[in-house]
Design a binder for this molecule. Sequence first.
Ligand code: SF4
Length: 269
Amino acid sequence: MNEKSSEKKVRHVLGLSGGKDSTALAFYLQGRVPDIEYFFCDTHKELPETYAYLKKLEILLGKKITLLESERGFDHWLNVYGGFLPSPKARWCTKQLKIIPTEKFIGNDKAISYIAIRADEDRVGYISTKPNIKPVFPFMKAGLVKEDIVKIIEESGIGMPEYYNWRSRSGCYFCFFQRKIEWVRLSEIHPNLFERAVRYEQEHSDGRKYSWNQEESLRELIKRKDRIIEDHKKMMELKKKNLPNRPLMEVFDSVLDDEAEDFCFVCNL
Ligand code: SF4
């Protein structure tokens, strides 16, 4: 095999999350990286806004987004794990629904994996331990920060994902990394999904009860809804004073970042 044909075997892959950063990276790499493959790890439990956004993205990119794990979503794996809900300390969901499918998709091929970490972020994202997968960070390399990413999104014509009005990150509607105010907003904007999240806490054949949030169940949380909204408003007021003339979305984002204890490096790019 000559050098040229072995070079051809290197795949270029970009995992999309339905969030702004990976979306912006897809547009940024258009024309820069030919033959890039887009994929999305489908838990079957994303917000409807995310699925709609991905469809729009596929049209604008003019290229198929491969859905991974489209035949076995969260419920399949919940069953395998005996009904044990995932949590920040037991993140089987990320492993089974994101990491393993991604590594299977790439297999033993040599691949360059494009990761949408920005230059203004203090995190590394998920890096595969497989030696055939080489991570690269185009935004970090080019020194692009949040403002640049917003500009790319605006110029591409896709706009921000709709859920950014009430939630700061992509991921499953019941993601345990959500802030309290995001649970409240979920109950208002998607009451059916909130109820489904409650049912995941309550319905187990052996009578066990779990909660998404370590401190309280969703029923308990929602009883304190007014207080949570009030606290959030106060935080927003404080933040607005520190971030004058900034768009409301940025203020909201910043408040949630302050409250963040953790989030998913794999799901929320
Ligand atoms: S978004 Fe949250 S619940 Fe869904 S797979 Fe990622 S960590 Fe798990």
